[in-house]
Design a protein around this ligand. Structure first.
Ligand code: FES
Length: 228
């Protein structure tokens, strides 16, 4: 029962709201609220000579009645006026031109910045350090440094190890290495030293761990997977 009563009350309230809203819309002259109409009536500057009492519908009906029937003016159709291009000097820079130039200018500015950044990124950097020619000293100094460092000389600027290459292994090496690699290996036999030299990149050819030297074995053993 309370639910039924609540539904009935809600329906009645909804009806009251609908009726009130429709009456308000009908009675408002040109959609103005009662407060606005009252304020307009009290304003002498807005006095219209008694029309303020008319509702919107009444006003429309009065206008329609006052309009003479069939009194519609016929306007002769005229050919369109010929187009005369505006004088560009008088016009100056139009808004369209201004925006077009701004957009193109900003795009050009952005693209040139991007291009400059790409060039700077790709420009060869090998002017010093790794990737460029580095000086490690002459053969006498290098062999002395190798000996003083227990057979391994690390050169961080080249990310490499330098070790002595025995003269007795040079003949075998000739079949296996390129002339550039042989240049250091054969330096001992060709220049009368006890050994040549060989430079080894610090990274393992397996996935690339950095390989330390092993003084006890006088060899290189990769700590990752044991390559030697
Ligand atoms: S990375 Fe050196 S053995 Fe695997």
């Amino acid at each position: 029962v309370p639910v039924v009563l609540a539904v009935i009350v809600l329906v009645v309230l909804a009806g009251v709201v609908l009726v009130g809203a429709s009456r308000r819309r009908d009675s408002g002259a040109a959609g103005l609220s009662r407060e606005v109409r009252r304020s307009d009536r009290s304003n002498p500057a807005l006095a219209t000579g008694g029309d303020e009492a008319l509702s919107g519908r009444e006003f429309e009906a009065a206008e329609a009645a006052a309009r003479p029937a069939g009194d519609v003016a016929i306007v002769e159709s005229a050919p369109p006026a010929p187009f005369v291009a505006p004088d560009p000097v008088t016009l100056g820079v139009t808004r369209r031109q201004f925006f077009n130039r701004s957009i193109v200018g900003m795009m050009g500015f952005g693209l040139s910045g991007f291009g400059g950044a790409c060039l700077a990124f790709l420009w060869p950097q090998g002017v010093s350090g790794f990737g460029s020619k580095i000086r490690v000293g002459n053969l006498i100094e290098v062999l002395a440094d190798v000996e003083n460092n227990n057979g391994f000389l690390y050169k961080p600027e080249g990310r490499m190890w330098i070790t002595a290459y025995p003269n007795g292994a040079v003949e075998k090496a000739r079949d296996a290495y390129s002339p550039a690699e042989l240049a250091g290996m054969t330096a001992g036999t060709e220049q009368g030293f006890d050994a040549g030299v060989v430079a080894l990149y610090q990274k393992c050819p397996h996935p690339g761990c950095r390989v330390p030297n092993c003084v006890s074995s006088q060899w290189f053993e990769c700590p990752c997977h044991g390559s030697q």
